[in-house]
Ligand binder design. Structure first.
Ligand SMILES: [Zn+2]
Length: 251
């Protein structure tokens, strides 16, 4: 029997007993799968390093009844810089958790995989700041899942101008007049933030991580993003407490 070749990233990895390991892989061909790596904790076994989180490569697996067994890995890139920088480690873990949340087994996940890979690369490069990488990734993932708001007009009257407000509960933008008449969860949106959102949701993946923001725009993007993510996702990932303002690293 020849093994199946899957291109993917190790989202998470945990030891089972003293010699084996179970990993969760995001693969292009089969979506999110779980694979058992026998002997992956034994010294000198090549699977020791290739089954660690943030490893991108070709995974040769055998299908079993309700899981896969991992045979060989051809590592293309391991993001080992994350283990030397705790801040980046938690941001990368957050991205992995988000990818895990949105993907399923047996559903093609080539776009999610590519997005995750590019986002790890942007985080590793460090040219635009961890926080901005995180929010770009979040919005781009929403684009893939279809949960993104219309960023071109007022959700109530269709006005394409004076779009200075955002309502997370109503999933979109509001013009000045409509925001005036409505109550509830309305946050201001700066023109720079609106342009940033349109850019993130419209640009080619290769150009996604090529800009920086002024502090006030980043702050505004952050408030809009937090409100919206809370509305559409309503889940708290383990890594989130480490990267949010209230995390103990920031105290
Ligand atoms: Zn309106």
């Amino acid at each position: 029997m020849t093994p199946e070749k899957l291109t993917g990233i190790v989202l998470s990895s945990r030891n089972i007993g003293e010699t084996d390991r179970r990993i969760v892989l995001l693969t292009r061909e089969k979506g999110k799968i779980s694979a058992f790596a026998r002997g992956a904790v034994k010294p000198r076994n090549p699977l020791v390093s290739s089954t660690q989180a943030f490893t991108f490569g070709e995974f040769f697996v055998y299908a079993q009844r309700d899981s896969y067994s991992l045979n060989v890995v051809n590592v293309i890139k391991h993001f080992d810089s994350f283990s030397k920088d705790l801040d980046k480690y938690y941001y990368a873990s957050y991205m992995s958790e988000v990818a895990d949340y949105y993907t399923r087994e047996n559903l093609y996940a080539g776009d999610e995989l590519l997005l995750l890979f590019q986002s790890y690369k942007a985080l590793e490069a460090g040219t635009i700041g961890n926080e901005l990488v995180r929010y770009i990734y979040d919005w781009r993932m929403l684009l893939l899942t279809g949960e993104y708001p219309d960023t071109t007009c007022c959700l109530r009257c269709g006005n394409k101008e004076k779009l200075n407000f955002f309502s997370a509960k109503r999933h979109g933008l509001l013009c000045d007049e409509c925001a005036n008449e409505l109550r509830g969860d309305i946050v201001p949106v700066l023109p720079g933030t609106l342009y940033t959102l349109q850019y993130i949701l419209g640009v080619k993946l290769q150009k996604l991580y090529t800009f920086t923001l002024k502090p006030e725009i980043l702050d505004n993007l952050k408030s809009v993003s937090k409100a919206y993510l809370k509305e559409v996702r309503n889940v708290k990932f383990n890594s989130e407490s480490f990267i949010d303002d209230e995390g103990f690293f920031k105290l």
